[in-house]
Design a protein around this ligand. Structure first.
Ligand code: FAD
Ligand code: NAP
Length: 338
């Protein structure tokens, strides 16, 4: 395993921010992870785990060791007539796992087609799209405590999944390295076609004939028509989460803004569309130098050129402050900021 010094991370984050890592190592196996974590020279060095870099904003050079996870392997570990347990290594591309499941007609993650990044990062923010979240199919994960080297298994409850959230974004942030994830999928046909964006593409009489492959193709089509490709313009998908507010706050906002886009949640709170809030502030398509908000997606902040991470962060902070002033709502970043 080669340890690189003062290594540029520009090609390793989808914002395309050009920062340097003091040390950088790409690990291809769990043995290499163990070997790296046991090296005396890195014992007290800060460690940042990197998957595909599609949900990360580096605002400065990394003073420490960046561990790029590239371990591979997708295996069926248990199955019966109805369900199957699939175990995948952290370095697998998430979409390769979706493709494997769709090819084998294992139902459950087809709506999560084309989400960039790795399997190991999927539990970090409980990835979700089109009405499905990772926790719907999640069984457990394995990993290593970075400081002690202790191996640990987390079941669903221990992960404390929330909306784009988990224990790995709070208490265990920068403390735990995920090595494997186990999902439980259905072998019986079960599709989730409730999401509003699907409706205009699926005719009522076609629904029964819809296949898992049709869902994957449809999600591909919708995503490719709406989302900016990071290879064209640097971005990390949605920069902010959709805020959750009380019924009272939602009602008073609705009185002022009858077109407010909101969704009632199970916990009696209301999810407000962050994209709508940003658009209503007149910020959609706004550009300052090399940073801007995408003209079609108000939630996506774009690096149009060689913007630095701190320029992107300061642009995002201005968005937060404009939304705060107009709506008295705090937008929380979804992207992991370093
Ligand atoms: P990285 O960006 O490399 O890392 C993200 C965080 O996880 C960092 O804090 C990192 O330290 C940590 N981490 C990564 N791997 C590990 C590991 N093995 N162990 C411990 N910690 C780890 N997200 C959604 O939920 N739904 C979407 O529909 C969606 N669409 C997107 C579309 C675009 C165009 C883009 C650019 C992003 C989108 N995202 C979406 C966000 C992103 O793809 C996901 O959050 C994804 O899971 C990030 O994976 P990654 O490997 O790139 O993580
Ligand atoms: P969209 O379909 O235009 O919807 C806009 C917002 O409304 C989304 O944030 C979505 O919340 C919410 N929404 C729509 N229908 C809903 C319902 N029935 N119940 C509750 N909330 C509902 O969104 P989009 O921007 O094109 O994205 C499509 C899907 O891909 C969304 O699920 C989105 O989360 C996901 N996506 C995520 C990222 C990311 O980086 N995190 C990037 C691109 C797309 P949810 O976000 O909770 O679904």
């Amino acid at each position: 395993m080669e340890i690189k010094k003062n290594y540029s991370l520009k090609e390793y984050n989808t914002f395309g921010v050009n920062v340097k890592a003091q040390y950088f190592a790409e690990v291809l196996s769990e043995n290499e992870i163990d070997e790296l974590l046991h090296r005396e020279e890195f014992r007290n060095v800060k460690k940042i785990i990197l998957g595909g870099g599609s949900n990360i904003l580096f605002t400065r050079d990394v003073d420490g060791l960046v561990i790029k996870i590239s371990t591979k392997g997708i295996n069926v570990i248990e199955e019966n007539d109805e369900t199957v347990l699939v175990e995948a290594s952290a370095g697998e591309q998430w979409d390769d796992l979706v493709s494997f499941c769709v090819q084998n007609k294992y139902y459950g993650i087809e709506n999560l087609t084309l989400i960039p990044g790795t399997v190991g990062a999927a539990p970090i923010q409980n990835i979700g799209a089109y009405g499905v979240e990772l926790h719907d199919v999640f069984v457990s994960l394995d990993g290593i405590m970075l400081e002690s080297g202790e191996r640990k298994m987390f079941d669903k409850e221990k992960c404390r999944f929330g909306y784009r959230d988990s224990i790995f974004k709070s208490k265990l942030r920068e403390k735990f390295l995920i090595t494997k994830v186990v999902l439980k999928l259905s072998k019986q046909k079960h599709l989730n076609l409730n999401y509003r964006a699907f409706h205009k593409y699926i005719k009522k009489n076609d629904i029964a004939k819809f296949t898992i492959e049709n869902v994957r193709d449809l999600v591909k089509k919708i995503r490719m028509s709406k989302l900016p490709n990071p290879k064209e313009f640097g971005n990390a998908g949605s920069f902010f989460k959709n805020p959750e507010v009380s019924g009272e706050q939602c009602y008073s906002l609705q009185k002022r803004f009858p077109d407010l886009v909101n969704f009632k949640l199970d916990n009696d709170k209301y999810k407000i569309s962050a994209g709508w809030l940003i658009e209503k502030c007149g910020l959609k398509g706004k550009r300052e130098g090399n940073v801007g908000i995408h003209k079609l997606q108000a939630l996506v902040i774009v690096n149009y050129g060689d913007a630095s991470g701190s320029e992107i962060l300061s642009f995002a902070e201005n968005v937060q402050s404009t939304v705060r002033k107009k709506f008295d709502i705090e937008l929380i970043p979804e992207v992991n900021i370093y």
